[in-house]
Design a protein around this ligand. Sequence first.
Ligand SMILES: Nc1ncnc2c1ncn2[C@@H]1O[C@H](COP(=O)(O)OP(=O)(O)OP(=O)(O)O)[C@@H](O)[C@H]1O
Ligand SMILES: [Mg+2]
Length: 821
Amino acid sequence: MSAKQDVSNHALTGLKAINEIYQIFALTPSSQFALPQFLQLILQTAVRLTRAQYGALGVFDATGTHLIQFLTVGIDEATRQEIGRLPSGQGLLGHLVHEESVLRLKDLTKHSRALGFPPHHPPMKTFLGVSIRAHGRIFGRLYLTEKQEADEFTEIDMEVVKSLAIQSGTAIENGTLFQEIRAAEDKYRLLLQSTTDGIFGIDRQSRITFANQAALKQLGYTADELMNQPAHELLCHAKPNSSVYSASECPILESARDGRGHPNATEIFYCKDGISIPVEFTSTPMMEQNEVVGSVVVFRDISDRQRAMTALRESQQRFQQLAENIEEVFWLTDPEKNDMIYVSPAYQQIWGRSCESLYTSPRSWLEAIHPIDRNRVEGALSRQASGAYDEEYQVVRPDGSTRWIWDRAFPIRDDQGKVYRIAGLAADISNRKELERQLLQSQKMEAIGQLTGGIAHDFNNMLTVINNYSEMLLDEINPNNISQRAEAESIKEAGEKAAVLTRQLLAFSRRQVFEVKVLDLNEIVSNVLTFLRRLIGEDISLKVCLAPTLGCIKADLAQIEQAIINLVVNARDAMPGGGLLTIETQDVELDSIYAQQHIAVTPGRYVMLAVSDTGCGMDAKTKARIFEPFFTTKTVGKGTGLGLSTVYGVVKQSRGNIWVYSEQGKGSIFKIYLPEVKEQVEPTCADPVSPENLRGSETILVVEDEKLVLTVARAILERYGYTVLVAHDTDEALRLAQDGSRLIHLLLTDTIMPKMNGPELAVRIISMRPKIKVLFLSGYMDNALLAVIELKPGIAFLQKPFTQVDLSRKVREVLDKPQPR
Ligand SMILES: Nc1ncnc2c1ncn2[C@@H]1O[C@H](COP(=O)(O)OP(=O)(O)OP(=O)(O)O)[C@@H](O)[C@H]1O
Ligand SMILES: [Mg+2]
């Protein structure tokens, strides 16, 4: 072969090689998956073009120490694996990679760094190696050995291999970059899809460019349905209160337009099915090379949160409504820290202290407890480890007034059973306590009343006998027998005193026989005024304020007069150094609230009589006992202690109430309330029968189980000229009444008898003798009699003990009265 021919052969080989390399370039992979095949192709091409016997191509990992791909040509698999496992960077190949980019050797065994190939590597002499690089980064190396039919690789071989190595480098670099991008993309996709927050992006025209799974799920769209749709019109155009706003106001669009971010905003998004959901969102502008290209919206459905918030708000509201509107104090403490956590506003009302004062000094409620109760309450507080207690105590308010409290505490435990809160309820029970006091008082009065009433009843019978016989005795004793007369007079006097006393006792026990009439209280006061003036003396001024118009009452005139006198006398006695005594009358309406606070008061219209003084007043202890019979603070002989008990009895018997307000050193006011009646005052009956007309000749049936009283009555009536039939009991009386042979004009009967009471007997006898008149004799007002009085207000009574004159006058009165029927 000529030299010319040789050159042209070489050129041809080179051209072929170039051609083939170009073809390979065209195959540079666009995806990493094709990279190994491409590298294999490169290696095979290199081996073929250079006519090498063996070839190898290794790709390093990122650290440059381990091969991640190792391809060979002409070497069996076992050897390939062995070689591939060798650490790189040593020996000849290390030298190739780190120091030279190309190495062409005639005999590699002669090279100073010839070591490093494994023993199983096929024998080699000629060597052509290049490092694989791109943009200064080393990716691996490619080497060929044992050029066939030549003792050295040619320069063309070298150029061919170099350009193949460059192409490999580019392909590997591409592959690596591609992989990196793909990994980053995967990461972001994963991030985007795994978050529960909805995320979507829009471009500058507000068109949706992407949406993650959570966004699709919450909004109910598929990705296709959303893509390229206008976000404002479709999703976000309403404020949290559902008011719609225009695109120019849309914060999301603003981010895409002007690059202004909106963190943590709230509004309403619309879902595909038209339902709106409250959301919290952040819109962030998307930038590319300092240009706003759109915005990303990250949102979260906050319906649950809003529901929870609403529920919480409602529960708080409910608690507040409850705690702030109940009349009781509701409180909550932390026992460990001794902190007051909550106290309801009622505390202010009841304790008269601010809630704030209790928060700052949590023991101030305890310090307000009345000294009488404080030790006991403190004891109760410390006794129970749980903090539970149930106590009643009084508190002293800053203005000095007191309130009764019923306070209960309940422990609240955590999961371990440890008490970590104490809740309590403190109620103002002052009203109840006052009612209890009033009830106790009235029960006491009732008991004393029964006792005194019982005694007085028996006394009256005895006094009727004593007083009348002593009177008769006096009539019969010779006026000249002075000493005998004096003795009889003493008996009479003592009897009369005893009668007064029993009358007072009866009045108190509400058993006084009384005659109910419709009365005008103003008239009564006016009538006794002159007498009262005399009674109180010069040093005391009397002021009388009578209501210009006043309702009527129904009561016994004498009783009411007596009550007024007793009150005025007491007021006088309370002002030994003089003062002002006021008598006042007034119409009042006692409402249900008043009735709730005062025992035994029925709501309605009342007529009030008030007697007030500017005297000594009384302390609480005295006040508690003033209505008891025989309770007096006056010296012996000065007072009997029956004045107020009489008043009490009279008022109660008239279905009224009496209340006292008194302050020591300032004075007292007694208020009597008597039920107002609709009826008008009856004209007082004509002149009473005068003593001259007391005699009579009619027949009277006297019924009385007390023998001595019966005898006295009979004696008196016979003295006055009457014919008297006597009966010891009701059977006898009925028998006598049945006997139609004689006319009986009047039935004079006791009211309380063993078998049948007076009113019942009267009914029976009247049925037999319709014209008969009836006069009841009673020392004692019992219920049966009361019932009769209620039914027939005009019915006649005579109270025991009676005198001769009392009896004969009453008998005459009844007999002379025209028949009502
Ligand atoms: N206006 C008053 N001011 C101060 N204390 C009074 C007044 N009225 C009554 N009291 C007190 O009530 C007590 C009882 O009164 P009550 O009228 O029942 O009896 P008394 O006045 O002591 O005696 P009596 O009325 O039988 O002569 C009196 O002793 C007095 O202590
Ligand atoms: Mg008195």
